[in-house]
Structure formats: C-alpha cells, structure tokens
Design a protein around this ligand. Sequence first.
Ligand SMILES: [Mn+2]
Length: 320
Amino acid sequence: MKIEINEAAEFLRSHDDYLILMHASPDGDTLGCGYALCTALQRMGKRARAVCPDEIPHRFDYMREGVSQQEFEHKTIVAVDVADTKLLGDMKETGDKADLCIDHHVSNTEYAQRLLLREHYASACELMYEVLTALGCEIDRVIANCLYTGVATDTGCFKFSNTKPQTHIVAAKLMECGAEIAPINYAMFELKTQGRIRLEQEVLRNMRYFGDGHIAMVTVMLDTIAGISDIDSDDVGAMASIPRQIEGVDIGISMKEKKPGLFKASLRSSERIDVSRIAQSFGGGGHARAAGCSFTCSFDEAVEQIVNASCDALKQAGII
Ligand SMILES: [Mn+2]
C-alpha cells in the first residue's frame, strides 16, 4: 500500500522497537537515511537499531555519532533506500516482513506493507528530511550530516542530472541546520586509500571498449582485489563511475566478480541511454543513468550478454 509523508510520520510516531534495514554494499544515502531515522527515533524515546548486511566502510563512521547501541527484540521493520529485498543479502527474509519502506527507486518492488515512494527525488535522504520534519524532529548537526551525505552522494555532489532545484533547497536547509559540508564532501568525493589508488591503476590498465567506443568496460576480478590490501567494497563500487568519464562513452560498465561464476554489472550512462532498461532485461534494476544486474555464468558469457544488450540500446537510440 502506498502512503504519504504524514501517514509515514504517524506510523513512526505510533510504533516502537524499530529495526531499520539499510541495503547491502551500503552507500551514503541508505546509511544517511538509516542513521538519521535511528537517531531521531531514539531521541523520541523509542528503541531503534539500524543494521546493514555488509560491513560499513569507516569513512561513514561519523554518521553513528547520534546513535546509542540498544539491545531489544524488534517489533517494527523499516527499510530505507531499499528498492528490493534482494538488496538485503542475508537479511532478505527480514526485509520481506517490512512494515514500512521509505524509498526513491522507480524499480521499488512494493514488498513492504506500507511504501512511501518519491521516485523523482534524487535521494532517499531528501524524503527522510521531509518525514523527520513532519515528525516534528529537530534537525541538528548530527542528523543534518547524515541527510546531507545521502543527498550529496546520490547526486555525485550535485553533478548528476537527477539533481533538482529542490535537492539544492534541501541541501541549503541542511547547511542551515549545521551540516558540515566541507569535511563530508572531502571524505566522500576526494579522499582515497592507497589501496583504492592501486585498484584504479589495475582497472585503468584493463579498460576495454565496445560499440565503436560508445561502451567502455572495467573489470574487477576477485584475484585483483586479493592482491591489494586496504580496499573495501565501497572502493570497488567506485570503479563504476570511471568508464563514463571517457569522452564519447554513452554506456559505462563495471563488471565485478562477486564469487566464481557470479558477476555484478554496474551500468552508468549518458543522457542518451536509459540503462535501467538494460538492467531490468537481466532481472536487475536501478535508475535511468545508474543501474545494475547480475550474471550467473562464465565471465566471457556475462561480458557478451551485457555488451550485446548495450549495443542494442545504442542502435535503438540511433547512436551506432
Ligand atoms: Mn538512494
């Protein structure tokens, strides 16, 4: 059932003992949403815990500043920025019992009892800002830092085409509430570990082109990662944005080996291509300019399938 902001706020006000689910391979948006909500609920005197199926990279540590560790049996499940319970890894079954989902993905599978969806919002954190405001929650520096992080990261620091005037308005309000934008943007967009730099070297060396240069692909194999210390899943995920930096490339693909025989393709596109459609044709999903899907087969077969589908999309768009 789809619900509105005031109904979501009323739901949150009238329940307790919250388990907040954040998606696997956590990003700034799911974490920002989850920790902002957890902080707000705890301040309202409720019990709440935000959990993620994967380890959370250390550069997000500051988001937990307002959260206290609470042990209790959860009664209410809220998923944030989670389009599909498949994105919850080994917490999928818990996600299937979600009472409320707050999300901005057009591909949301409506798995939760109640869904607050704003598919035209650039980030779930913009929506969470409105929910917390409707709850009458004071947005202080800690919560503003969480929400600003999601707004900034899901828009590539306000550079992606999903950035709306409203995105800037919310960011401005969060700045007024004390969001520390300079250190956050440095940590999110500039700071890299030495391992990350070595991974980039590997990835750049193995760049491949298809479709008359309109498709570029990077690959991250398990043995590539095993050879480098000091990298996390987040560093690997960041490789997805590299192919789209190349002039003439309309579809950037990052192929990541999750385990032998299982590959995850992350797709990024120019204005001319909707990669969510390509991802959906392989059972995946996402946004028009950023989407992903998985392949259970050999590496060469996975590459062939994604490249063929991408070439078809380029042909349909009249690019090749
Ligand atoms: Mn998001």
